[in-house]
Design a protein around this ligand. Structure first.
Ligand SMILES: [Zn+2]
Length: 155
């Protein structure tokens, strides 16, 4: 298996509207980004690209939610990195064989490999490698996206 690159970086912030405004003001990026409420995930988020890497600024609705807990423990900052891999089964097997543990996806309440809109994903517990919590993603190739994620075609 190979890690192909960084798909996204999720940054825990306490106020996503203010955080996005600062990224726009200080860095001149994300001009078109708008914060959105993701009810299923329990968060308000703004997503934009820096080069090929998507930045996800993430604010929890509730203080007992994952981004708020991260801020309470560590302050604002990197919550997890999503690494794109060519074979997620291989990636997970290698990590588990090396002592890593799987972590529940809080949006789906699933532990282990499962379907997301962009690809198959799995979370590892935060102490698997120093410095960042890992989400693996094997992006769907042509024809692999499950039907339920396909958007009705606009005419
Ligand atoms: Zn999930």
């Amino acid at each position: 298996m190979a890690v192909l690159g960084i798909k996204h970086l999720a940054i825990a912030v306490s106020n996503v509207d203010e955080a996005l405004a600062q990224y726009q003001r200080f860095l001149g990026v994300a001009a078109d980004a708008k914060p959105r409420d993701l009810a299923q995930a329990g968060s308000r988020e703004a997503h934009f690209f820096l080069g090929d890497v998507q930045i996800q600024l993430c604010q929890s609705y509730e203080s007992d939610h994952r981004f708020a807990r991260h801020i309470a423990q560590h302050g604002e900052g990197l919550h997890h990195a999503c690494l794109s891999v060519d074979d997620i089964h291989d990636a997970v097997e290698r990590s588990l064989a090396s002592g890593a543990r799987l972590k529940e996806c809080k949006s789906c309440q699933v532990t282990g490999i499962h379907e997301h809109p962009e690809g198959w994903i799995a979370f590892l517990e935060g102490d698997s490698v120093p410095g960042m919590e890992i989400e693996y993603m094997q992006v769907y190739r042509e024809g692999e996206m499950p039907e339920r994620f396909k958007k009705p075609r606009q005419i």
